[in-house]
Design a binder for this molecule. Structure first.
Ligand code: NAD
Ligand code: UD1
Length: 333
């Protein structure tokens, strides 16, 4: 079985490729390095102890995709490639719609032409509407997204549902990631944002490393136990294992299946900082700042469906994620 992985040099994709190789799958990987570095591919090979075909390309290149799908007997696709910065999507909406929607449609077209039946899509908890009860189940309301990035995920989900509905025997899994954090335990791969990080873990890690002076805690007056926002943080290696479980699920299911990938545990910003300090022994200077526009007080996954139908659940703790991130951060500084 050969799996075509798009965005396989990225933060999550690199962990997914390692997990697939370690579980004995064959992969063909494509990435244009728009948000990743070439060296990642060699590191993945080193960690997995195996080589694999890699193509540096924009996956919107239909001819290029056609050549790959003609050369290899692709059995399934894991589509991680995409632009993902929420703030940037507000200032560059057309780039986000063009990249994220076109790449998905060009891939579906290649899938159709080459009779590939199985597709896994990297979606996000951002597709859920703000007015849901917690925890979020896969049946919670979606839509009402607050930024173009969120809409691209919502629209790609819809496109994939419509395609699966029209195509006979096709199986699609939509994986809604909650907040991925952590790094590979080797310290060789992880997240290295090109600019000042927007997300909490890389911001804390860079503060710990002395690259940034302090963490701004965005709001301490929310209706949550300590007043700071609560999120469901999942270790990227657990997230990667969720993709392997989804590949198995595709073997015996058709139509569209949706799964949350989270831990089911909510952690506040202050609890997160305390866990990082405990795990690393480094104290994080912090200041309370105003609320960040668009932030929800609380977001947490129901993990029941993934446990029941994928036989998957997150195993690693926040402590593990902090230790692994810190090992990675020290390696790149
Ligand atoms: P990332 O930016 O590290 O990885 C994405 C990869 O896709 C990069 O290596 C980039 O170079 C590549 N890419 C982008 N457009 C491409 C194109 N047109 N052709 C070829 N390659 C292209 O991001 P990530 O954090 O690994 O996220 C992976 C996927 O998961 C994305 O679709 C993202 O939207 C989704 N997701 C991420 C998070 C998160 O917090 N990281 C949360 C929910 C969903
Ligand atoms: C953000 C994105 C979401 C995306 C997710 C992926 C927004 C509004 N949402 O979610 O679409 O799917 O990342 O991981 O950008 N925080 C601070 N100080 C900081 C950084 C963050 O206090 O410097 C707080 C935030 O207010 C939030 C929590 O930490 O309460 C987590 O923030 P972040 O890592 O950016 O994730 P989300 O906001 O959940």
């Amino acid at each position: 079985m050969t799996i075509f992985v798009t965005g396989g040099a990225g933060y999550i994709g690199s962990h997914v490729v390692i997990e697939l190789l370690e579980q004995g799958h064959n992969v063909v990987v494509a990435d244009n390095f728009s948000n990743s570095k070439r060296g990642v591919i060699e590191r993945i090979c080193r960690l997995a102890g195996r080589e694999f075909p890699f193509y540096e390309m924009d996956i919107r290149d239909a001819d290029g995709l056609g050549r790959i799908f003609s050369e290899y007997r692709i059995d399934s696709i894991i589509h991680l490639a995409g632009l993902k910065a929420v703030g940037e999507s507000v200032s560059k909406p057309l780039e986000y719609y063009a990249n994220n929607l076109e790449s998905t449609m060009v891939l579906i077209d290649a899938m159709k032409t080459h009779n590939v039946k199985k597709f896994i899509f990297s979606s996000s908890a951002t597709v859920y509407s703000a007015d849901n009860e917690m925890p979020l189940t896969e049946e919670s309301r979606t839509g009402g997204c607050t930024n173009p990035y969120g809409w691209t995920k919502f629209m790609c989900e819809q496109i994939l549902c419509d395609y699966a509905n029209a195509a006979n025997g096709c199986a699609v899994v939509l994986l809604r990631y909650f907040n991925p954090i952590g790094a590979h335990p080797s310290g060789l791969i992880g997240e290295d944002p090109q600019d000042i990080p927007n997300n909490l873990m890389p911001y804390i890690a860079q503060t710990a490393a002395g690259r940034l002076p302090f963490l701004s805690v965005f709001g301490d007056d929310y209706d949550t136990p300590d007043g700071t926002c609560v999120r469901d943080y999942i270790h990227v290696s657990d997230l990667a294992a969720g993709h392997v479980a989804a590949i198995k699920h595709l073997d015996s299911n058709s139509g569209v299946s949706v799964f949350n990938l989270g831990t089911g545990k909510g952690v506040s910003v202050l609890e997160f900082v305390a866990a990082f300090e405990e795990a690393t022994g480094v104290s994080i200077p912090k200041k309370t700042a105003g609320r960040r526009s668009g932030d929800l007080p609380l977001q947490c996954a129901s993990t029941e469906k993934a446990k029941r139908e994928l036989g998957w659940e997150a195993k690693r703790t926040l402590y593990d994620a902090c230790v692994d991130t810190w090992r990675w951060q020290k390696g790149i500084d």
